[in-house]
Structures are given as C-alpha cells and as structure tokens.
Design a protein around this ligand. Structure first.
Ligand code: GAR
Length: 195
C-alpha cells in the first residue's frame, strides 16, 4: 500500500477533501494508496478531529518546542518517515521548510497555494491580488522545491474577481476550487508512480 502523509496547521479542509476523495474513490482498492497519517504543528488544528473521526493516525509536533527550524524539521521527518510515505501532501501547512526537508522528499512533496503561481507567492495573496487590480485569481497545486511557493505546477483553477469581492469572499471561492483540484492532482500524481 502506498502511504500518503498530510501536513496541516489549521482547518484542514483540503486534507478533508483528499480524505473524502480517497474514501469515495476507494483508493485503497483501486490505487493501492491510503492516507496513512495527518500531522500538525499545532495542537488546536481543527482538521485533526476530522482525521481521527475517519480512522487516520494523527500526531502533533509543536514547532515552538524546538530550538531551531532544523531541529523541528528533523523531528517532523522522523514522524513522517514512520509511515514510509510515497507522497507527502502539504495542506495549509504554514511553515517554511528547510532545504534539508525539501531535499529529503524531493519528487514526492506537493503543496496547494491560494494564487495563480508564479503570481503572489507568500501570504495575503487575495488582498494583494485585489490591490493589484487582478480580474482573475485562483489556486495552484505544485511540487515543492527549495524556493518558497515555486516548483513544477501540477494543476490550477481560475476564479474571477467580482466587483464587490473582499479578501475573505475571494478566499472562500478559491478554497472551494482547491478542494476540487487538490484531490485530482493527488490521483494524477499517484498514477504516475510505480504501484
Ligand atoms: C488554503 O487556502 C491553502 O491554499 C493555504 O492555506 C489554506 C488552508 O486551508 N495555504 C497557503 O497559503 C500556503 N502557502 P485548509 O487548512 O482549510 O486546507
């Protein structure tokens, strides 16, 4: 069975979308893949309850308990590697990763970002897009490289900006698209791996 480990920091709605897709698509039988664990750097991440309710192993590593970014990432890698993952999925995991972490999972590390990359890497993407007068925004699923919010693009969805949009209303609509493209991108990625 190919294991998927998902990392979250908050509501975990993208993780939930992937878990639901796995359940509904019977990934275990049809793709020899399963979401083996959901890990978070925050004990209060709401998504942890969803994962537990769906019978998925969870663990919390509080980054504040570590002396350095490198020490946290080393502990996180050890926790992830207990599941020998074929794929590690960042789903609203709000941590900058060390080059060592990214290199360790090179070619099997995906992220979703709420903009049409390469536009608006980093934070506050929706307000920055509104301020720039963008008529369209969107979401991107990409492979993770050492460069923050860069790396080969696997999927994108486009969302029009409406006249009365706020950062919040845009974020909601973009998130809805993330829930569609991220599970699909994971399936496509798994199909490209040896079974
Ligand atoms: C999503 O919009 C995701 O694109 C964004 O955080 C949100 C997490 O929502 N990620 C980033 O900004 C990473 N750079 P979720 O926890 O409900 O999936």
């Amino acid at each position: 069975m190919r294991n998927i480990v998902i990392l979250i920091s908050g509501s975990g709605s993208n993780m939930a979308a992937i878990v639901r897709a796995a359940e509904q698509g019977r990934w275990g039988q049809r793709m020899n893949a399963q979401v083996a664990a959901v890990l978070s750097n925050r004990a209060d991440a709401q998504g942890l309850d969803f994962a537990k309710d769906h019978g998925i192993a969870t663990a919390v590593l509080d980054h504040k308990a570590f002396a350095s970014r490198e020490a946290f990432d080393a502990a996180l890698m050890a926790e992830i590697d207990r599941h020998a993952p074929a794929l590690v999925v960042l789903a609203g995991f709000m941590r900058i990763l060390t080059p060592g972490f990214v290199a360790h999972y090179a070619g099997r590390l995906l992220n979703v970002h709420p903009s049409l990359l390469p536009a608006f890497p980093g934070l506050n993407t929706h307000q920055r897009a509104i301020d720039a007068g963008c008529r369209f925004v969107g979401a991107t699923v990409h492979q993770v490289t050492a460069d923050l919010d860069h790396g080969p693009i696997l999927a994108q969805a486009v969302v029009p900006v409406l006249a009365d949009d706020t950062a919040e209303s845009l974020a909601t609509r973009v998130l809805g698209q993330e829930h569609i493209i991220y599970p699909r991108a994971v399936v496509e990625f798994l199909r490209g791996l040896p079974s």
